[in-house]
Design a binder for this molecule. Structure first.
Ligand SMILES: Nc1ncnc2c1ncn2[C@@H]1O[C@H](COP(=O)(O)OP(=O)(O)OP(=O)(O)O)[C@@H](O)[C@H]1O
Length: 708
């Protein structure tokens, strides 16, 4: 794949295999599984670097913009030689006037159009007019490309494999024809008729979200929709099922659980099975559950053929019914079940699943012309950026970015490696960033835990949310619903929020920890730029990880560079410090002090660091050359968790061997201040009492001139 270096923005598409557009029947034959993309990955050496190595400074925030500042003790010899000639003279300010950022782009890139030129409307479809008017009421008037292609085929009763980019409206593409088909059944559906449509999705949030969409478009009160997703009381779920459900949405485990253990769940009349987000279902290891689910549906269907209910309903036994070629949702006599598989990417696994669950099927690709195939397409409304900083500065840089984005009323997803990492940053930001405040003498006052919180006002006009798999279901539901409804906010999350989740107003995705696979990158960024809206995706990289830029470039994702200084400036206001470097250092110090003084926060930080390092150590082999655990400086990473301990000391704390290490190492490079809680409290008190004499450590904050 030939790459060239350009500096403008273009649309993007990843294409691994020569594409075809619509393949009828069993075109996708089972093949020997070849690890995804192995042979097509470009040699990184064939791709020119994003920026020439810049000289390094090892002091504080001056090394923010140095993409190649590499000071790692455990580095390989070769690398050492390479970096030894780099001088230590660069600075943020110098960097700010650097020439235009460079980007990589695949020579031929195409994009998927969300809406077609035809401008076809829901009103043009042969569906119930009440359904159309309700869709229009909730602002669904024009069909998206995938809807235009999928709805007629779905209504014709064929099995289908659908590939379309994130945020292209796949859910509505099946929800509309399903509701229309169910409303048209005669005699009208009764509660006792059992489940007619089963929708399988990978996560609880997605089950909830999909159900909400069904509820919002369903104007026919006799059609009952519901969702099962685990984490809720099984009893209340059973009660719901006993009353009768027609469209049942759920995660594979919970659906199977009820199919085996809830006699009231009647699945022998399932007419349509939807497997949504198929790539994620497989990535999450649900293949066996899906196989069992399909087998269970088949078994109950076979039993149904001899049940008297069938004779009562249709006046004859199912075995007497002439089997129609191709199932129709609208045909009550059909013995076939229609199955639809939807995915944003087509991996070999997805194709194999398609072969297992689909009968003679149609392949629908939302890309125009014959340019589709085994590809993963990202909306071209998303602009991709990377930001590179020294490892030690990551925490402050993220804080600065949050501050800058919250000024713009952004709605942001921030992806992190682990549950504990999300918990830690949530605690830290809500208590020590959002409430960080300085008094009239420009001395930092802590958030939680300070003697007098009354002076503190939130300095960030944003709300923090957290979402990860270890939260209980009620909480997850609440957070998800609140974040969706919020006008702006910051969601700290694990990959549990990476796929399928639809937060329409989300305009920014930040990947604070790199993705484990390229596909994860694409799904994460797919949380923004939905249905034609614009979005920004930013990935944090360290100099050691810079090879990820050309790797993504080779896949058609062009990354532009962002500069730390643009965000750090926002800290000046928060920290009341005109010099952004000093403001950054002060914030890091503020965090470190808070963590040092607060036992619980300290332990959470240690856990976060520990789980992050396990995550980093478990990158799949294909990514390990870039995210290489052996090359990173773990001590610097400890600093980025606000910890003053060495990695081995952190290990002891996590294992419960010690609660605290008495004299934690001082972060000399970031710290200009004296350490210690007592000392700091004294200083704050002196400042409050208008004592002008400060310890030299606090001088940076004192320097600022009084506002007139
Ligand atoms: N025809 C339409 N007109 C306007 N908005 C639409 C239309 N169809 C869907 N949407 C909106 O687009 C957003 C994305 O839809 P949806 O979640 O179905 O996308 P998706 O393709 O399933 O994405 P992902 O692959 O990330 O799950 C939703 O907010 C949905 O309400």
């Amino acid at each position: 794949m030939e790459l060239e270096r350009i500096s403008n923005s273009q649309s993007l598409k990843i294409s691994w295999i020569k594409p075809t557009n619509v393949i009828k029947g069993r075109a996708l034959r089972r093949k020997k599984v070849i690890p995804n993309n192995r042979n097509n990955e470009p040699s990184t050496s064939a791709v020119r670097k994003v920026a020439e190595p810049s000289p390094v400074t090892s002091v504080g925030f001056k090394n923010f913009p140095k993409p190649t500042s590499v000071h790692i003790k455990r580095k390989h010899k070769k690398d050492k030689q390479k970096s030894s000639h780099q001088s230590d003279a660069d600075s943020v300010k110098q960097h700010a006037v650097e020439k235009e950022p460079q980007t990589y782009i695949m020579k031929e890139s195409v994009s998927e159009r969300v809406f077609t030129e035809s401008g076809k409307k829901f009103g043009d479809l042969d569906i119930h007019r009440h359904l159309v008017s309700n869709l229009e009421k909730i602002n669904f008037t024009t069909l998206t490309t995938v809807q235009e292609k999928v709805i007629p085929i779905l209504l014709s009763g064929k099995d289908m494999l659908v590939r379309s980019q994130t945020g292209s409206g796949k859910t509505l593409a099946y929800a509309v024809p399903i509701i229309d088909a169910l409303q048209s059944l005669t005699p009208r559906l009764k509660r006792t008729d059992g489940v007619q449509v089963m929708v399988v999705v990978p996560t609880r949030e997605l089950a909830l979200q999909t159900h909400e969409l069904f509820k919002s478009i369903n104007t026919f009160q006799w059609i009952v929709t519901s969702h099962l997703c685990g984490g809720e009381s099984r009893k209340s779920e059973k009660d719901r099922l006993r009353k009768g459900v027609h469209v049942l949405i759920g995660t594979p485990g919970r659906l199977l659980d009820h199919m085996f253990h809830t006699s009231a769940l009647k699945v022998n009349s399932v007419r349509c099975l939807i497997l949504d987000e198929a790539d994620q279902l497989l990535d999450m290891g649900f293949r066996r559950d899906i196989d069992s689910l399909v087998e269970e549906l088949n078994k109950s269907k076979a039993q149904e053929e001899y049940q008297p209910l069938d004779i009562l309903k249709h006046g004859h036994r199912a075995e007497d019914v002439e089997e129609t070629e191709g199932f129709s949702l609208k045909n009550p006599n059909s013995k076939n079940r229609q199955t639809i598989l939807l995915s944003a990417s087509l991996s070999q696994d997805v194709k194999e699943l398609a072969e297992f669950v689909l009968r003679e099927h149609t392949f629908v690709d939302a890309l125009d012309g014959s340019e589709s195939g085994e590809s993963l397409v990202i909306p071209d409304t998303i602009k991709h950026f990377f930001i590179m900083s020294g490892i030690k500065n990551r925490l402050v840089l993220l804080s600065a970015m949050i501050a800058a984005k919250s000024k713009q009323n952004s709605k942001i997803f921030i992806f992190m490696a682990s549950t504990q990492m999300v918990e830690f940053h949530y605690e830290l930001f809500t208590n020590f960033l959002q409430k960080v405040s300085v008094n009239s003498d420009n001395v930092i006052l802590d958030g939680v835990g300070s003697d007098d919180d009354s002076d503190l006002e939130g300095v960030l006009d944003t709300k923090f949310f957290k979402l990860h798999g270890s939260m209980d279901q009620k909480m997850r539901k609440q957070v998800f619903t609140e974040f969706r409804a919020a006008k702006s906010g910051v969601l700290l999350c694990t990959d549990v929020a990476a796929r399928g989740i639809d937060v329409p107003a989300a305009d920014c995705v930040i990947q604070y920890t790199g993705p484990q696979t390229d596909k994860d990158y694409l799904h994460r960024v797919g949380r923004t730029g939905r249905v034609g809206k614009s979005g920004t995706a930013i990935i944090f990289l360290t100099p050691e990880e810079e090879e990820y830029i050309p790797k993504l470039g080779a896949l058609g994702v062009q990354l532009k560079r962002l500069h730390a200084v643009d965000f750090l400036n926002c800290l000046c206001e928060i920290m009341s410090e005109p010099d952004y470097e000093k403001a950054g250092r002060a914030l890091q110090q503020h965090y470190e002090n808070a963590i040092n003084e607060n036992k619980n926060l300290r332990y959470t930080a240690c856990m976060a660091y520990s789980t992050w390092s396990r995550f980093y150590n478990s990158y799949p082999s294909k990514m390990r050359a870039i995210f290489d655990f052996k090359r990173i400086n773990l001590g610097h990473y400890a600093t980025s968790f606000g910890l003053r301990y060495t990695p081995s000391e952190i290990g002891k704390i996590v294992r419960g061997q010690v609660e605290n290490i008495e004299s934690p190492r001082l972060n000399q490079k970031l710290s200009n201040y004296t350490d210690g809680a007592q000392e700091k409290k004294k200083k704050v008190k002196r400042a409050i009492g208008n004592i002008s004499e400060f310890d030299s450590g606090l001088q940076p904050l004192k320097k600022k001139k009084k506002k007139s």
